[in-house]
Ligand binder design. Structure first.
Ligand SMILES: *[C@@H]1O[C@H](CO)[C@@H](O)[C@H](O)[C@H]1NC(C)=O
Ligand SMILES: *[C@@H]1O[C@H](CO)[C@@H](O)[C@H](O)[C@H]1NC(C)=O
Ligand SMILES: *[C@@H]1O[C@H](CO)[C@@H](O)[C@H](O)[C@H]1NC(C)=O
Ligand SMILES: *[C@@H]1O[C@H](CO)[C@@H](O)[C@H](O)[C@H]1NC(C)=O
Length: 179
């Protein structure tokens, strides 16, 4: 364990203290918006509450023009103050390059980590099948949002924009509250 690592841990502990880092996440909404219906359609896009403690979200998209080997994703995070305002992150990356990379960018990998174990998209390009994110549970989101990288309390939205060959094909938006 190196010096730099200790500093990172120290900063996180301090941030945890000062910012009252959240310990609970609630998914409030999920929206999947096709921007090119000749290219992609959503069969479902939903949050399901089985009971008080067991909730999850799932997405099933039909890819109508595979195989696809050029995908760009923009991820922008918002926090609600008086309406949702851009906050923290806004980045765009080449998904095919990212998936093929052995040394994955830490930030992209953090966001990818929310779905990588629960999706059939976790392979290298091309994609020529339906895209499925299956049952990402609240318990897993809690772990990812609070244990892996603590985030302060508040209402958040994560807007993702999906491009193929430089053209916008779909928007997927996740809304969550950390309390
Ligand atoms: C909630 O549902 C899950 C899955 O069906 C089950 O394993 C769990 O025991 C349930 N919890 C409660 C509190 O009912
Ligand atoms: C994110 O950055 C892009 C490129 O700089 C910009 O066009 C877009 O408006 C930004 N989005 C947000 C939510 O800030
Ligand atoms: C890919 O996702 C599947 C579930 O869809 C999971 O079983 C597997 O471990 C994941 N593989 C990687 C490399 O993340
Ligand atoms: C993806 O397609 C766009 C638009 O055709 C192009 O500008 C870009 O260079 C392509 N990316 C790769 C990695 O080939």
């Amino acid at each position: 364990m190196g010096f730099q690592y200790s500093i990172v841990i120290g900063v996180l502990l301090l941030a945890h203290h000062i910012l009252e880092i959240s310990s609970r996440i609630e998914l409030t909404n999920l929206k999947c918006i096709p921007r090119d219906e000749k290219f992609i359609l959503f069969e479902y896009c939903r949050i399901k509450s089985v009971n008080r403690t067991y909730k999850y979200f799932s997405v099933h998209a039909k890819l109508l023009q595979g195989p696809v080997s050029n995908i760009t994703v923009n991820v922008a995070t918002y926090k609600r103050y008086n309406g949702y305002k851009p906050s923290l992150y806004n980045f765009t990356f080449d998904a095919c390059k990212f998936l093929a990379s052995k040394n994955k960018n830490i930030l992209y990998n953090y966001f990818y980590g929310f779905v990588s174990q629960h999706s059939n998209m976790n392979h290298t390009c091309p994609f020529d099948h339906d895209l499925i994110v299956d049952k990402v549970t609240i318990g897993f989101l809690n772990h990812q949002a609070t244990a892996v990288l603590p985030i302060p309390k508040g209402d958040y939205a994560v807007f993702t924009r999906w491009y193929a060959y430089g053209k916008l094909r779909a928007d997927v938006r996740v809304y969550a509250t950390l309390s």
